[in-house]
Design a protein around this ligand. Structure first.
Ligand code: SF4
Length: 346
């Protein structure tokens, strides 16, 4: 059966080529076609011998997921629904920020999500399956095709940042995420700096340290509550990994310091977690961790039992944090009109 070529790290590809009698250095040429020139067929790979192109075409696939729907928000956020080989579908979101010269792609890591956070629409799907490494990599390739972003690490790139904040809990799919990120960060391939990649987790404690040590990407922790009672109610995973464990692993996340802070995401839910008392409790909870807090107004979805905190309440919450020395940013929801904002993907 043919395999996707986007499932192979470069040393793995070299090994396959060597076993078939081709020189291992050809892997570098293939790599450039895949990740720098954005080749869509083996025929394009003009510096490979014809017999090698035939071998690759017989044994490997280069396909991207099929685009089922593409929507553009009035704020220019774009969302794609993609169909995978087995008929399941996922969504990915491109968030342009012209003034910062940034294009950020929000990537999915699973079909559905088993964490089932009470405020998240994706969570209502439950877990369907993990994405394979090639299904993660090909989301980035699709976005690059769309942005006509080709070239090596030395050229100015249009797709600038990747966030693993789409459908799914990335650390419940660590092996595929790890492989996909290694491919993305390979200096001779897509060459994304680890500083331009952010992995968001609901707090899968056993994999957080591993993620920091092995991948070194930025970490965003979906905290959303200042104490265990509230957090266990809205994020069931908290019953397995309570805040004492979560804060311990955050405090020791490799590479964090005041110049490179951890991010805590905090969704603002009216009358659940949004009082000034909660804000003070939150400051105590994260004390000593070099961190910033993103305050996210909750994005509504059908039949949800939450309301977004009023703006004045969010502002008061933010003031408490800042007066106590914690950097706090209010995140403007993007793509709400096409259900592309945080927690709305399904
Ligand atoms: S917020 Fe993230 S971890 Fe929680 S249910 Fe939604 S996708 Fe899963």
């Amino acid at each position: 059966m043919a395999h996707s070529l986007f499932d192979f790290l470069k040393p793995e590809l070299s090994q396959v080529l060597t076993e078939k009698g081709y020189p291992s250095w050809r892997a570098q040429q293939i790599w450039e076609w895949l990740y720098q020139k954005g080749a869509l067929s083996f025929e394009e790979m003009s510096n490979l011998p014809q017999n090698m192109r035939a071998f690759l075409a017989e044994n490997f696939l280069l396909q991207r997921p099929v685009q089922l729907r593409h929507e553009v928000s009035k704020d220019k956020t774009e969302k794609w629904r993609l169909v995978l080989e087995d008929g399941n579908s996922i969504e990915m979101v491109l968030i342009p920020e012209e003034e910062r010269e940034r294009n950020t792609l929000c990537v999915s890591s699973q079909v559905g999500c088993g964490v089932r956070c009470a405020f998240c629409f994706t969570g209502t799907m439950g877990f369907v399956r993990n994405l394979e490494a090639h299904e993660i990599v090909s989301q980035i390739l699709l976005a690059r095709d769309f942005l006509k972003d080709v070239g090596s690490a030395h050229q100015k790139r249009t797709l600038t940042n990747i966030v693993l904040m789409g459908m799914g809990e990335p650390l419940h799919n660590y092996s595929n995420i790890s492989k996909a990120l290694q491919i993305l960060m390979d200096p001779s391939g897509l060459a994304f700096s680890k500083r331009r990649i952010t992995l968001s987790t609901a707090g899968v404690v056993p994999f957080m340290k591993k993620c920091g040590e092995e991948l070194g990407v930025n970490l965003a922790v979906s905290l959303h509550a200042p104490n265990d009672a509230i957090r266990s109610r809205i994020i069931p995973l908290n019953q397995h990994y309570p805040l004492a464990q979560l804060m311990d692993v955050c405090r020791n996340y490799p590479g964090i310091n005041t110049a490179r802070r951890l991010t805590f995401e905090y969704v603002m839910l009216k009358d659940v977690n949004d009082s000034k008392v909660h804000a003070k409790e939150l400051v105590g909870l994260i004390q000593g961790i070099p961190a910033k807090i993103n305050l996210i107004p909750w994005n509504p979805w059908p039949d949800a039992h939450f309301e977004t905190s009023p703006f004045e309440r969010i502002e008061a919450f933010q003031n408490v944090l800042e007066n106590l020395g914690v950097p706090a940013f209010l995140r403007t929801p993007r793509g709400q009109d096409i259900s592309a904002a945080c927690g709305q993907l399904k």
